[in-house]
Design a protein around this ligand. Structure first.
Ligand code: TXA
Ligand code: MG
Length: 317
């Protein structure tokens, strides 16, 4: 495994590795993804194995443009409207899988739907174009752990032996700008359902679609989107939410003005800045020198919903 800069040559090399069935970690605007050829059963199986991810949890399929997405899934009016408004961008649409879709059934965990998105990141788009095949890419972390927002985060997991050494290359594109994963919206039924809050706030989607129901987290046993498993994004230390002050031995993760914060998600109380900092700061405080991580309250509107979703799962034991 090597971390390499995302030069033209290295993107071409990464695309060749993907076509050969190997795995490549690459930057997107949300988090780093662990990519593999979505049409190759072995590559997809190796994504699940590398992450230690339960095989019932389906993967998002990444494509460089809407025409390619239309080869995989059936778009209705609502999907067309959202794709036009938000792609490329941090929105994943769950749509009915086309019967002639080339995507491995393993990637969609045998469901008759498929989750697709076009990432808004020049390196990701260049890689997808060069690969010429749809790319399945979950976040490039061991299942259940904090998602990576830098190439170094990905490399740490590999070097620590937490991810099998099957990753052929890590493309370094600097830190991710959005910092939380894409919003996952289920459009397979009559009512749109938010399966995972993410980089595009529900309020923003509602301006285009009208009311969007929120799926309730189910613990285990055939959840509609297994990304709703309660414990996820977990640092090693216990996480305590809505804290005003650190208790003894705790590191305080601040939001807004905070005198005693060890790190601050956003001193000026900006939710986009907080989202971009979230995973890197959780990782930075996740050290044995502390007993736990206490996090100050974050408003629950806009991007705050995605931040609080991740924090609640990080705190769940
Ligand atoms: O921002 C992102 O979406 C990142 C970057 C790399 O693109 N990817 C990501 O993938 O977060 P992952 O595997 O960590 O999360 C995928 C989510 C899970 O919650 C999964 O259950 C859901 O999407 N999902 C995938 N396919 C689905 C389907 N057919 N039906 C319902 N949920 C699905
Ligand atoms: Mg993930």
């Amino acid at each position: 495994m090597s971390i390499v800069s995302a030069s033209k040559e290295n993107i071409a090399a990464a695309a060749a590795l993907l076509r050969a069935g190997r795995l490549v970690a690459f930057p997107t605007e949300t988090v780093y993804g662990l990519g593999g050829d979505a049409g190759n059963d072995l590559a997809v199986a190796s994504i699940f194995a590398t992450k230690g991810r339960p095989s019932f949890n389906p993967l998002i399929i990444h494509v460089p443009d809407a025409a390619e997405a239309a080869d995989l899934v059936r778009f209705d009016k609502r999907a067309q409207k959202l794709a036009a408004a938000f792609w490329p961008g941090p929105l994943t649409l769950v749509l009915p899988r086309r019967s002639d879709s080339p995507v491995s059934l393993l990637a969609s965990a045998g469901l008759d739907s498929l989750a697709v998105r076009i990432p808004a990141h020049p390196i990701a788009l260049a890689l997808l174009q060069a690969a010429g095949c749809p790319i399945a890419a979950p976040s490039a972390n061991p299942s259940g752990r904090v998602s990576p927002t830098t190439a170094r985060h990905v490399a740490d997991h590999i070097e620590n032996g937490q991810m099998e050494r099957q990753v052929a290359m890590v493309l370094d594109g600097g830190p991710c700008m959005v910092g939380v994963e894409s919003t996952v919206l289920d459009l397979t039924g009559e009512r749109p359902i938010l399966l995972r809050p993410g980089g595009i706030p529900r309020e923003t989607l509602q301006e285009h679609l009208g009311p969007i129901a929120v799926a309730r987290a189910v613990e285990l046993g055939g959840p509609k989107s297994p990304g709703m498993l309660l414990s996820h994004y977990a640092p090693h230390l216990p996480v305590r939410l809505d804290a005003d002050l650190a208790q003894s031995g705790e590191a305080l993760l601040g939001f807004g003005p905070a005198r005693d914060a060890m790190l601050n998600l956003s001193e000026r109380g900006d939710l986009a800045e907080a989202a971009a900092n979230l995973f890197a700061m959780l990782r930075a405080l996740d050290r044995p020198t502390f007993r736990g991580i206490a996090v100050m309250p974050i408003p629950d509107h806009g991007l705050g919903a995605a931040i609080n979703d991740r924090l609640r799962r990080a705190a769940f034991r």
